[in-house]
Design a binder for this molecule. Sequence first.
Ligand code: MF3
Ligand code: CO
Ligand code: CO
Length: 403
Amino acid sequence: MAGESDASSVATLSCARCDKPALLQCPKCVELKLPREGASFCTQDCFKAAWSSHKSVHVKAQLSSIANSLPGDQNSDLVSQGWLYCVRRGQGRTHKLPHFDWTGPLKQYLISPKRFVPAEIEKPDWAIDGTPKIEPNSDLQHVVEIKTPEQIQRMRETCKIAREVLDAAARVIRPGVTTDEIDRVVHEATIAAGGYPSPLNYYFFPKSCCTSVNEVICHGIPDSRKLEDGDIVNVDVTVCYKGCHGDLNETYFVGNVDEASRQLVKCTYECLEKAIAIVKPGVRFREIGEIVNRHATMSGLSVVRSYCGHGIGDLFHCAPNIPHYARNKAVGVMKAGQTFTIEPMINAGLWRDRTWPDGWTAVTADGKRSAQFEHTLLVTETGVEVLTARLPSSPDVFPWLKK
Ligand code: MF3
Ligand code: CO
Ligand code: CO
């Protein structure tokens, strides 16, 4: 619907379709700050009649502004293609699905325009142009940092905010809610806490969290699909606050979920718990994969290999790399003061993944379901502190945690 605007300000303009005096402006053109000539209409009827040809104006304007901001060959073609693809998908152009051998029932839906972050929120370097600059060039990609007491205190604060943001998202999950609405809750709760939603514009990721439904393993893009009774959905939240990141995720049940999916989600939760239980100084990072693999395979499930846990702190992703599968080659032993995530992705069928044409959404190759849980952890002198631990206020959504 076109919005009515102050009549005096548009009285000199004529309708882009029929030349009568224009009283309405296309809200999308207003949002994109496009010239009012060509964006003004006399009536809703004229606006609607013009829509099928008019809407291409928005697509062109957004694609050209993005193309101008692309920092050349710093980004892989795939990532840029993925972003451009996402934008087209967001403009309602791609009503036809692209040619892709969809592995399961789930398909892509439309994504909404980029959400706004107020100027006063401190932002990581990718917020503006989609390209992390400090992160990929840091020594901390090779050396595992020992955090100072001051850094640890900041990590505690940030991780608590991230937990509260995820809990806010969990409370709105029910059949009929779109994953875009979940993204809006995450975005607004993060900003209300004074944080920046780390995924937003990270290598051009277009939304403020990842929402991964059913056969999506991870990095699902929030979109206009409504959650359905029987779905499982993972919400992955990362908050950037006081210069550091806190990262966690959980997989939730939507309405009544079949027994096999309930077992998958519970087993994945247990994989993370068992892995956390071995964390202490002197333990090899590669041991985590042995623990996760043992528990998953015992239940007839498989472990994703393409995505791993990671170091975290002032950087979103850094050393160490933490595979969740057995016989991995992760180097190093845990030391007090290190912070990293463990985030096992467990599949009901085979471990193999594929990526959607959007360049982000990782799905199971066999179309069967996948679940994930993630915490940000601190290695202490005696063991581990779960920085993103559940709070007394966290919603009571997992049957196995009920008293
Ligand atoms: N939060 C994810 C992780 O656990 C990373 C998401 S990156 C994004 O590492 F760009 F997809 F958002
Ligand atoms: Co992570
Ligand atoms: Co995460």
